[in-house]
Design a protein around this ligand. Structure first.
Ligand code: SAM
Length: 272
């Protein structure tokens, strides 16, 4: 599909199609890159997330399917906690889309990388004010390109920042983040492809893996409104420690992914 720049249907519909000499060279070059260990997404330059085709380069982490649990958690909390409880009179069932647009949420995505989380939330919450930060200027360029690709560039404000430093944001409803959370002491257990090809500051947080989260928590606490939510992607390795760090927050919950690995931490800033 990458070599021919076609979709899967074309591939199945044209089994007789032979590669031209030029296509053959293109195909073999891609295969050689893959043999060298380069992730397929960096070769094709694309990855799907939340139904969107995103551009990826080695400047950004390749969005992972389990990160979609972060989006699902925000949607669930919104539905349970913030969505106005009105009914669509025609069907007597909640009209999710129009209700979603009724509340003007303020959302921040910390460490946006390709922009996948911020874009997915911009698609889901039509009136939300959305901010996204990254410490990497190169990553922010890709996130901006992805926003433009999906006509969301006017919906998201991108900031080059170390976590929330210098942002002057307050009264946020949600802070979401898939921060770097792998400890340098675990480096030997990390897939070689990740270690060799994905940006180091997107994956590794410090010696134990909680260093970035530990810095993020007080900054997030200060920027959330009372009752606002912090949603973090985490791993099984750091789940216990994150749970400890979230003492003093309300409604802390560690949510497993489809493989039953602790994957999302939710916590609410106390109302008083
Ligand atoms: C695990 S990646 C997540 C990227 C994207 N949100 C995703 O889910 O695929 C972490 C991101 O955080 C950024 N980052 C690392 N340290 C940071 C910091 N101190 N402040 C802001 N962003 C940071 C990295 O550049 C990287 O883009």
């Amino acid at each position: 599909m990458f070599t021919l720049n076609c979709d899967r249907a074309y591939l199945f519909a044209h089994p007789e199609r032979e590669l031209t000499a030029e296509e053959q060279v293109h195909y073999e070059a891609a295969l050689n890159e893959r043999v060298r260990g380069v992730p397929a997404q960096y070769i094709t330059g694309h990855q799907e997330f939340w139904g969107m085709d995103l551009i990826v380069t080695p400047a950004v982490l390749i969005p992972r399917p389990e990160t979609e649990h972060v989006i699902e958690t925000v949607l669930e909390l919104y539905k349970a906690d913030l969505r106005p409880q009105t009914l669509d009179l025609r069907t007597s069932t909640p009209d999710v889309r129009s209700q979603r647009s009724e509340v003007e949420l303020r959302i921040l995505d910390v460490g946006t990388g390709s922009g996948c989380i911020a874009l997915a939330l911009a698609k889901e919450f039509l009136l939300a004010e959305i901010h996204a930060t990254d410490i990497s200027a190169a990553a922010l360029e890709i996130a901006r390109a992805n926003a433009a690709r999906h006509q969301l560039e006017h919906r998201i404000q991108f900031h080059h920042a170390d976590l929330l430093e210098g942002l002057n944001l307050s009264d946020l409803d949600f802070i979401v983040s898939n921060p770097p959370y792998v400890g340098e002491s675990e480096e030997d257990h990390v897939q070689l492809e990740v270690r060799k090809f994905e940006p180091r500051n997107a994956v590794f947080a410090g010696r134990t893996g909680v260093e970035v989260i530990a810095r993020l928590l007080p900054q997030a606490h200060a920027a959330l409104r009372p009752g606002g939510w912090l949603i973090l992607e985490i791993s099984g390795t750091i789940a216990g420690e994150v749970d400890q760090l979230l003492r003093g927050w309300d409604e802390v919950r560690i949510i497993p992914d489809l493989q039953s690995i602790p994957r999302v931490a939710q916590a609410r800033k106390p109302r008083t």
